[in-house]
Design a protein around this ligand. Structure first.
Ligand SMILES: Cc1cc2nc3c(=O)[nH]c(=O)nc-3n(C[C@H](O)[C@H](O)[C@H](O)COP(=O)(O)O)c2cc1C
Length: 187
C-alpha cells in the first residue's frame, strides 16, 4: 500500500444517525479497510461562529482567525488532513448551515496565503428527500467551485435522492455501496 492518508469527515447533519452520516460511515469503513486513518467531526455539536468579515486574517499573517471558538481545534485537523469529506443533508438546495459556517471560516486559509489548504483531496456525500437529481444542482456547483478555488482535487461525489426519514438511506438504491466504493478508491 502507498502512504497512509489522514481522512477528515465533516458531518453536517443535525441528526445523530442521519442518512448523510451513514453515507459518510460507509466511506469511512472502506477507507479504514485500506489502512487510512479516519476521523469524523459532528459539526452540529460544536459552537462555531459565523465569519464576521473583519479581515484581520488578511492583515496579519500570524493570526489565522481572531475568533476564539470551537474552530480552534478544527483548524489543525483541517490542515493536517489529506482528504476532506463533506457529508451533508440537502438543506434548501445547498449544504447544511454547520458546513456553510465552517467553509466561511476557511477565509483565513485562502489559497493566496502561505497557510492554505491547497493540494488536498475532497469528497462530497449528500442526501435529499427530492426524487430529482437536479435538486442537487446548487450544492454540486457550490462544492465544485469551493474545491477548485481552494485547490482541492475532487475524488468524487455520492448524491442520494429520495431519502427523507432517518434510515431511508439503507433502501436508497446503491448509495451506500457507492460511498463504500469511493472510500475504497483512496490510494
Ligand atoms: C431544514 C431542512 C431543509 C431541507 N431542505 C431540503 C431540500 O431543499 N431539498 C430536499 O430534497 N430535501 C430537503 N430536506 C430533507 C433532507 O435533505 C433529507 O431528509 C436528508 O436525507 C436528511 O439527511 P440527514 O438524515 O443526514 O440529516 C431538508 C430537511 C431539513 C431539515
Amino acid at each position: 500500500m502507498r502512504q497512509k492518508k489522514k481522512v477528515l469527515i465533516l458531518l453536517g447533519s443535525p441528526r445523530e444517525d442521519g442518512n448523510s452520516t451513514r453515507l459518510a460511515f460507509a466511506f469511512a469503513d472502506a477507507a479504514s479497510r485500506k489502512g487510512h486513518a479516519v476521523q469524523s467531526i459532528r459539526l452540529s455539536a460544536l459552537h462555531i461562529a459565523p465569519c464576521n468579515g473583519c479581515r484581520q486574517c488578511w492583515k496579519k499573517a500570524s493570526e489565522p482567525c481572531v475568533l476564539r471558538d470551537d474552530m480552534d481545534p478544527v483548524y489543525p485537523l483541517l490542515r493536517a488532513a489529506d482528504v476532506l469529506v463533506f457529508a451533508t443533508p440537502l438543506h434548501f438546495y445547498t449544504w447544511s448551515s454547520p458546513l456553510k459556517t465552517l467553509t466561511d471560516r476557511l477565509f483565513c486559509l485562502d489559497p493566496q496565503f502561505k497557510r492554505n489548504l491547497k493540494g488536498k483531496t475532497s469528497v462530497l456525500l449528500a442526501t435529499a428527500a427530492d426524487q430529482r437529481s437536479a435538486a442537487f444542482a446548487g450544492l454540486r456547483a457550490t462544492y465544485r467551485l469551493v474545491a477548485d478555488y481552494m485547490g482541492w482535487k475532487r475524488l468524487g461525489e455520492v448524491l442520494a435522492t429520495g431519502v427523507e426519514a432517518e434510515g431511508d438511506i439503507a433502501r436508497a438504491g446503491r448509495a451506500l455501496a457507492k460511498a463504500d466504493a469511493l472510500g475504497a478508491k483512496l490510494s
